[in-house]
Design a protein. Structure first.
Lengths: 206, 246
């Protein structure tokens, strides 16, 4: 495939569509609004296809392994197939059977797995908040105030917690978000005008 | 065990905004979370729907997470929505919309161009409620329930573009990102994790897992502090036994 098709055509298409979207945001020209709506709709369609494709890739990995007897792959393929099979049998994702399986299996197992994180957090706290210097002492005091102040037993600390969230957290977060915003804007501009080419595949001789 | 709970300013201000909404206001309920985070924020969703039913609000249920539609169904069953409200007139379940930020932007711009059918396969234009709701401009509040995903999508592409008021019910780790936007006035209220859900339940006059879970959370946090203190005591005792070996 020629360099024009593999390199310059995608860059030109990206630049054209990107600037079209930017122009539609700032203008009231009807045709621009129509094109931006259609592009957004197609973007959602591609995302939906990607979701299905991801499931296909996962099955392609794990079905051969499950046929060889790998119990984890068997569990994965079996659980991936259970709810679609239920849907095909009952004809609905709001049937009693479908909801029962989801709420009693997925709805219990998923939070249980997530709750196990609490144990690893507690063991991490044991090590992470050791006071070695003034910085770690400040971190420790802040953590204790926030942990106790956020629950009813620490009601007397609530004004301090509010101050931490309203002043320290807000100020720090706004600084980080400003930096992220400027960085994203610069990256987007580089993509649109063709300076950033890492998304293109490598070409021979380049 | 009910423990005394002081209402946070972000929850109080959010509830005051809800109280100012007239009957018939359209609330977009965004269920952008999965079952792993539902212990903290699902009570907020249930409390909002129960409160809205009493106030005569209309609901559009939606999700940008693939696990969302089942949680929408779960929430509707929790509050007996199908018995207390009329589908199509009082609430509509659109289900999952793909595309993340692009999907949110397309939805907000023109709902009927983006979504043709609801979650149950009904033609959206045939539902009485949806005849007058065509874009984000016709929505009075976005009630966004999230474990992290989708927050900036709705904030940047809907609240920022159309000015639609937004209320965030987020897990505690995510709420720290929502509070700066509350301070700047871009969000009308924040339910901060399980405590925020409990406060919201108190304000809306419902009793659910939010308030019920506060005693467990209190115990867990106190235990975490005890573990930290024990860790430091043991650390210093071991340092004193082995001086110079830091």
């Amino acid at each position: 495939m020629s360099v024009v098709l593999r390199k310059y055509a995608p860059m030109a298409l990206l630049g054209f569509l990107g600037f079209l979207m930017v122009a539609s945001y700032f203008s009231t020209i009807e045709i621009l609004g129509y094109f931006s709506r259609e592009l957004q709709n197609w973007s959602s369609i591609i995302s939906a296809i990607a979701l299905g494709f991801a499931a296909f890739i996962l099955l392609r990995q794990h079905v051969p392994r499950s046929l060889k007897g790998n119990i984890y792959s068997i569990a994965l393929v079996g659980s991936m197939g259970l709810l679609p099979i239920l849907y095909l049998i009952t004809g609905s994702t709001v049937s009693f059977q479908y909801n029962w399986v989801y709420q009693t299996w997925v709805g219990r197992l998923d939070p249980s797995m997530y709750s196990l994180v609490a144990f690893s957090i507690i063991s991490g706290l044991y090590r992470a908040f050791r006071v070695r210097n003034i910085d770690s002492l400040l971190l420790l005091v802040t953590a204790i105030i926030l942990l106790i102040g956020q629950v009813p037993v620490g009601g007397v600390l609530k004004p301090v917690v509010n101050w931490f969230l309203d002043v320290l957290n807000t100020g720090g977060y706004r600084g980080v978000q400003l930096g992220i915003g400027i960085g994203l804007f610069a990256y987007a501009l580089r993509l649109l005008i063709g300076i950033e080419r890492t998304w293109l595949s490598e070409l021979k001789g380049e | 065990m009910k423990l005394p709970l002081e209402i946070s300013p972000e929850t109080q201000k959010g509830f005051e905004f809800l109280e100012s909404l007239p009957k018939g206001s359209v609330i977009l309920m965004c269920y952008d979370y999965s079952t792993s985070g539902m212990a903290e924020i699902h009570p907020s969703a249930d409390a909002m729907v129960q409160y809205g039913m009493r106030r005569g609000f209309k609901f559009i249920m939606i999700s940008t997470w693939d696990a969302g539609p089942q949680l929408i169904e779960w929430s509707l069953q929790d509050v007996n929505a199908y018995q207390k409200m009329k589908y199509g007139e009082d609430f509509v379940n659109i289900g999952y919309i793909p595309g993340a930020s692009a999907g949110v932007a397309a939805f907000a711009k023109d709902i009927h161009a983006f979504i043709k059918v609801d979650y149950y396969g009904n033609n959206l234009k045939d539902l009485p409620m949806m005849k007058t709701i065509t874009s984000a401009k016709d929505i009075n509040l976005i009630f966004h329930i999230t474990t992290g995903g989708g927050f900036t999508d709705w904030l940047y592409f809907v609240q920022g573009v159309y000015g639609t008021p937004m209320y965030s019910a987020a897990v505690a780790s995510m709420a720290t990102q929502a509070i700066p936007y509350f301070k700047s006035g871009q969000i009308v209220g924040v339910n901060n994790g399980l405590r925020g859900s409990a406060e919201f339940e108190m304000l809306t006059g419902t009793y659910g897992f939010g308030q019920g879970g506060m005693s467990s959370q209190s115990f867990a946090h106190v235990w975490a502090v005890i573990v930290i203190i024990i860790g430091n005591v043991l650390f210093y005792m071991s340092k004193r036994r082995r001086p110079g070996n830091d």
